[in-house]
Design a protein around this ligand. Structure first.
Ligand code: MG
Length: 299
């Protein structure tokens, strides 16, 4: 497939909404036919309705919610900086999934992915507890690190990655044999590495990680992986697509920093981008690996 055919014919960035301060955490809600996102410094959650084309405020007391995804039942699972937890929305009510592990409360869970086995994997950098934060409440880290955790009901939260600086966006490869995670630590000058790492996943644990690709300018934050294993990532000035071999396949300038993105729309091929204060749609020819049903021989 040529890089160009990653996009639908004539595809261009379509502005859906503006007026956020810092838009993040997009997810497509199939039943509502809406894309939902966080406007973190404004402490609210917004939705754009694909039927009416209108944007509305979903929640004004969002406790600095950040990244979100859907679980296997279609419920929203989201990260809360303010509550320092991962939470699940069922019938409009929020329920705590997990807010601590043995070492103390989390820092400020940032982004989340749900495995095909139902376990919830999330990153825990400090952006919602930093002294100057606009995205939470200043506080100390209670366990003294920035880990990636796996949670399931039987085993609770377990750190699966402890050697990243500021783990941020994350997604599984289509076969779920790899977990990819962006490190945004370079944004505070804490590491020279400026990109996405990946770790082999076996039996709910991660093996030794490796640097996958560096992404410029600034840092990649949120990203998603399509059914062919390609990484669609945010960056400082564009959405960029990389093959699973790390080759850049596509770069679409956005004019401002992209924080995150998600696939959605009725066909699953629309890419929704949170771009600083705005939300855009970009029509593609692929879908999120997380939407794909495992084949009869898949784990
Ligand atoms: Mg993020």
């Amino acid at each position: 497939m040529s890089a160009h055919s990653l996009l639908a014919p004539g595809a261009e960035l379509e502005l859906l909404a503006d007026g956020s301060v810092w838009a993040e955490g997009p997810v497509w809600l199939p039943q509502r036919r809406r894309v939902r996102w966080s406007d973190i410094p404004n402490n609210r959650i917004l939705e754009w309705d694909a039927v009416s084309g209108q944007t509305s405020v979903y929640d004004r007391a969002a406790e600095y919610a950040n990244g979100r995804t859907l679980d296997r039942d279609g419920h929203v699972v989201q990260c809360s900086h303010g509550r320092r937890r991962v939470e699940r929305e069922i019938d409009g009510e929020l329920h705590c999934v997990v807010d601590r592990w043995a070492g103390g409360r989390f820092n400020s869970p940032n982004d989340v992915a749900v495995s095909r086995d139902g376990s919830i994997w999330f990153t825990d950098p400090p952006y919602g507890i930093l002294p100057e934060t606009r995205e939470g409440y200043p506080a100390a880290s209670e366990y003294g690190g920035c880990y990636v955790f796996r949670f399931d009901e039987a085993g609770g939260a377990t750190p699966v990655i402890t050697d990243m600086v500021h783990p941020n966006g994350l997604a599984f490869s289509p076969d779920q044999q790899w977990l990819y995670i962006a490190d945004t630590g370079a944004g505070m000058g804490l590491t020279a590495f400026n990109g996405i790492r990946r770790y082999p996943v076996r039996d709910g644990a991660c093996g030794a990680g490796e640097d996958f690709v560096q992404v410029y300018p600034d840092q990649p934050d949120g990203f998603r992986i399509d059914v062919e294993g390609r990484i669609w990532t945010s960056s400082g000035d564009s959405v960029q697509v990389f093959s699973d071999a790390g080759e850049q396949l596509l770069r679409v300038p956005t004019g401002a920093r992209v924080s995150n993105l998600c696939f959605g729309g009725d066909s699953g091929t629309d890419l929704f981008l949170t771009v600083t204060d705005r939300v855009y749609r970009l029509r593609t020819t692929t879908t999120d690996a997380a939407f794909a049903q495992p084949g009869p021989c898949s784990a």
